[in-house]
Write a protein that binds this ligand. Structure first.
Ligand code: SF4
Length: 110
């Protein structure tokens, strides 16, 4: 009987510890998804000519731009295929639009 009580106590402690861990885990998960969208007004974004829609790239000021280049087909883009936005290695902790573009666009490796 005494062993039963210890086991129940152990179970209760385990359950309480599990309940306490749930909010912490959910906070961490939320932070992982909390990357901010990169603004065109961000100083680093401005310096690299980032636009959220590559159709707005001015070819006069960005002669390296070629039609069809977007973040989605840039080597630096690490978003899931088909996603509307995702992370970029050049702008840590930010997300860029898949349809976007900047001056350091490089083709994806095949
Ligand atoms: S480096 Fe590539 S993915 Fe990142 S903003 Fe520039 S074009 Fe988009």
């Amino acid at each position: 009987m005494n062993e039963d009580r210890i086991t129940r106590r152990g179970l209760l402690k385990g359950a309480l510890a599990g309940l306490a861990a749930v909010p912490a885990a959910s906070l961490l998960a939320r932070e992982a998804h909390a990357a901010e969208a990169l603004s065109e007004e961000d100083a680093a974004a401005k310096s690299l000519g980032y636009v959220t829609d590559a159709r707005r790239v001015d070819p006069k000021t960005n002669p390296s731009y070629k039609a069809g280049q977007t973040c989605a087909n840039c080597f630096q883009y690490t978003g899931a295929p088909g996603s509307a936005e995702g992370p970029c290695r050049i702008f840590p902790n930010k997300t860029v639009k898949a349809a976007g573009w900047c001056k350091v666009w490089v083709p994806q490796q095949s």
